[in-house]
Design a protein around this ligand. Structure first.
Ligand code: SF4
Length: 363
């Protein structure tokens, strides 16, 4: 079979498979670009089962892009809480505001303009353009790399410039231009449910006879990667400073780091896991605890959270004091511990607050 024929065979086989597959999703067949965009942003780096309830909540709370644009930031971040990759929520908000003002509430209709929106990469732009407007743009992501590399036996690294270029070219060549939306949905579903990273369902796959990886018995070999990501471990010490009235200190993360706009307890980051004496020597510790009447200091067990490039190991130091001091220069808030649930926190703090085995009496 020549290359063109093989590509046509792949497209036909994939669409045949899709006709018999059944993967209901609330956004399937959706033509409203705003809702497609919302679902795609929520699903970036998120499993469908995890993203689904968030999509439903956002759709109910902000049925139009104008509603989303007008949402108070803290409310939106609270609704996003637990989904991770919070820059997505910030970009969602920023883009909604731009669509509401610059585009008068009408979602852009051409691929280039969609791609220019903040937080929208080629994958999301192709999904919106093809689902909402039937435009011939192929989605290319990890699922697509895997399916194409296995089926066509491509050993170019998917994290190399040349690899990305070739896969994008091939994805465009196998796209069914008569119905790009259906084709894109088909390859997404096929990668997510059939040609999965581990244990693909090759035995039942209607493409297996012409699939290079299957024929070579080399499925684990594909897709190729040139480098392995090394995760950095960071040690976070959160100061949970509680006074006699059960009030605690929180602050908003505003720096150029992870978790922007989320709340946290005052944080001391250290190079390695630290102990009580070393912690007490930190400037921030001294500044916060000065003349508050420190009564006790007890560390929690370590909690961890994996991010794409880093691992966070967090210890929560429960610090009992007599009274918080009023510091007009500080942006920190003093709030009742029963109000903590009204703020959006990173997942690792939520894990701490929800841990029923803790000695803490919060929440
Ligand atoms: S035979 Fe297996 S590896 Fe090949 S396309 Fe089908 S599911 Fe993927």
């Amino acid at each position: 079979m020549n290359e063109k024929k093989k590509q046509q065979y792949f497209t036909k086989g994939l669409l045949n498979w899709y006709r018999t597959s059944d993967r209901p999703m609330p956004w399937k067949g959706e033509k409203n670009p705003y809702l497609i965009w919302l679902s795609e942003i929520i699903l970036q780096q998120t499993r469908v089962e995890q993203g689904l309830p968030y999509y439903e909540r956002f759709k109910a709370k902000y049925p139009t892009v104008i509603d989303l644009a007008n949402a108070p930031e803290d409310e939106l971040m609270k609704l996003w809480e637990g989904l991770g990759y919070y820059s997505r929520a910030r970009n969602l908000h920023a883009t909604a505001k731009i669509i509401a003002t610059e585009y008068k509430g009408i979602f852009p209709k051409d691929y280039k303009t969609i791609l220019s929106l903040k937080g929208v990469g080629p994958y999301t732009a192709a999904a919106i353009a093809s689902f909402a407007y039937g435009l011939p743009h192929a989605v290319v992501d990890g699922n697509v790399y895997r399916v194409l590399s296995r089926y066509f036996g491509i050993d170019l690294a998917i994290d190399s410039t040349i690899g990305k270029k070739e896969f994008t070219k091939l994805a465009g060549a196998v796209l069914d231009v008569t119905d790009p939306g259906v084709y894109n949905q088909a390859i997404m579903d096929f990668g997510a449910t059939y040609c999965t990273p581990k244990a693909p369902k090759c035995g039942h796959c209607n493409l297996k006879k012409s699939c290079v990886a299957f024929q070579e018995k080399a499925i684990a070999k594909y897709p190729f990667k040139s480098k392995k990501l090394k995760k950095r471990t960071r040690y976070f010490n959160f100061l949970v400073v509680e006074d006699a009235k059960s009030q605690v200190l929180i602050e908003k993360r505003t720096g150029k780091d992870i978790w922007q706009q989320l709340y946290q307890f005052p944080l001391i980051e250290t190079e390695v896991a630290t102990n009580e004496d070393a912690l007490k020597n930190q400037d921030l510790f001294k500044a916060i605890l000065k003349s508050t009447g420190l009564k006790s200091l007890v560390p929690s067990k370590p909690f961890s959270q994996m991010l794409s490039h880093q691992k966070i190991v967090a210890v929560f130091w429960k610090i009992k004091i007599a009274k918080h001091k009023n510091d007009a220069k500080s942006d920190r808030k003093i709030i009742a511990s029963t109000d903590l649930e009204n703020y959006a926190f990173p997942r690792v703090i939520d894990l701490f607050l929800q841990d029923k085995t803790l000695y803490l009496d919060m929440r």
